[in-house]
Write a protein that binds this ligand. Structure first.
Ligand SMILES: Nc1nc2c(ncn2[C@@H]2O[C@H](COP(=O)(O)OP(=O)(O)O)[C@@H](O)[C@H]2O)c(=O)[nH]1
Ligand SMILES: [Mg+2]
Length: 400
């Protein structure tokens, strides 16, 4: 099967999920469960604490991971003389339920981890990131132990890797080898932390100036594995689209929800009020499509921020995007016109959908709505992901 074919059928696992949800009762019960699972994701908060010594790069990291430059609106203040006296929350520009907390620096002579953690209200965080730009000192290790004792997770980040590599490049022109320097730094951090009493420390090497490089993907994969499924979903969607693996994971995460939205739309259509079905159907589509744009950073605000970061004209960056739908304002009117125009394709798909999906009781009336919603979202996701790849390529090309 080619990748294009994949978009003309209902994926096997989607079909399976839907059948299972319908087998458990009638459509009404199934949609109740689906709506609850979507609401649960909507209500999921992800709260991440970033701690470490002053100057380690905490505030810079909080900006970078939210896709912001230090001088963008809503960015945390950074710089050698800036320090955070009390925990400060920074919400994600597109995902308001994702918050990074910039914690006061650790590292004064008589640092008391327990008091520090009580003061910063440690219970509210899903996990801690402990940053250091040089050696991890005793205070970092003591803090980690106390975090563990309090039943929370932590990860170490060794920041400013770009600066280490730059210095080596200057000083060891003949023998410079990036891989071996990275290994040396990583081994050294791990050994250092082990000596300070941390068992199997997890250390990630990062540069906030080039977040896509070094251990960022590894860190993202590790966090992803250790988060509960709803938090994982939210975390993934909120990441800046800075690498192909992240882009593809976002696409898969969105794809995995399409059958739910389609089933919801068919339940709405099953309500015997003429006209209503179309309106509600469209609301589901508009909401989902606008969310896709934000997830890939292709909404006007995110695009403007990116153009600014790349030193590119906004219009020029927009011209990289090929799908007119991605750039157009998406509202109910636009969607209605689109559905009317694209009905032929969607209807053909619907015939196929009708022959494939289980038709039980009231589901029959809504099956057309299911087919149209499924097809529209899948097509849009395919197009927007292709555009996101184009924009990412452009960004990577300009970054070198
Ligand atoms: N070269 C380099 N500089 C960084 C990096 N992260 C932060 N910085 C710089 O280090 C300084 C302190 O960063 P800041 O985020 O304010 O540290 P904080 O006190 O931990 O919040 C600033 O001048 C940043 O620009 C990095 O990954 N690479
Ligand atoms: Mg700071």
């Amino acid at each position: 099967m080619t990748s294009t074919d994949k978009f003309d059928i209902i994926a096997d696992n989607d079909l399976q999920e839907m059948k299972t949800s319908l087998e458990q009762g009638d459509l009404c019960k199934a949609t109740e469960a689906i709506r609850k699972s979507l609401d649960d994701i909507d209500n999921t908060h992800l709260t991440i604490a970033v701690t470490g010594e002053t100057g380690a790069g905490k505030s810079t990291f909080i900006n970078a991971i939210r896709g912001l430059d230090d001088d963008d609106e809503g960015a945390a203040k950074t710089g050698v003389v800036e320090c955070t006296a009390k925990p400060t929350p920074y919400t994600h520009p597109n995902y308001k339920k994702v918050t990074f907390w910039d914690l006061p620096g650790v590292g004064t002579a008589n640092f008391q981890p327990k008091e520090y953690l009580e003061k910063v209200n440690f219970r509210q965080y899903d996990f801690f990131i402990i940053m250091a730009s040089e050696r991890f000192r005793l205070n970092n290790a003591e803090l980690a132990k106390e975090i563990q004792a309090m039943g929370k997770k932590f990860y170490f980040v060794r920041s400013k890797i770009d600066a280490d590599l730059y210095a080596s490049q200057k000083r060891k022109k003949k023998t410079y080898n990036e891989e071996s320097i990275l290994k040396e730094i990583r081994d050294n951090c791990v050994q250092n932390l082990c000596e300070l009493g941390i068992k199997e420390p997890r250390v990630f090497l990062l540069s906030c100036l080039e977040l896509d490089k070094y251990d960022f993907n590894l860190m993202q994969e590790t966090l992803e594995k250790e988060l509960s499924s709803n938090k994982r979903h939210v975390f993934l969607l909120s990441l800046p689209t800075i690498s192909m693996p992240i882009l593809m994971k976002k696409k898969d995460a969105l794809q995995s929800q399409i059958w739910k939205l389609a089933t919801l739309s068919c339940a709405v259509a099953a309500v015997p009020i003429p006209g209503l079905s179309v309106m509600c159907d469209i609301t589901i589509l508009v909401t989902a499509m606008n969310e896709y744009r934000k997830t890939f950073g292709l909404d006007p605000d995110s695009l403007r921020t990116l153009a600014n970061k790349l030193g590119m004209d906004y219009g020029e960056l927009k011209s990289v995007i090929k799908s007119p739908l991605v750039l157009q304002e998406l509202n109910k009117e636009v969607l209605k016109t689109l559905l009317a125009r694209g009905a032929a394709g969607a209807l053909m798909f619907t015939e196929y959908a009708l022959s494939t999906i289980p038709i039980v009781g009231t589901f029959a009336a809504g099956a057309i709505s299911f087919g149209i919603t499924y097809k529209m979202l899948q097509n849009f996701l395919k197009e927007i992901a292709e555009d996101a790849v184009r924009v990412l390529r452009k960004a990577l090309e300009l970054a070198v």
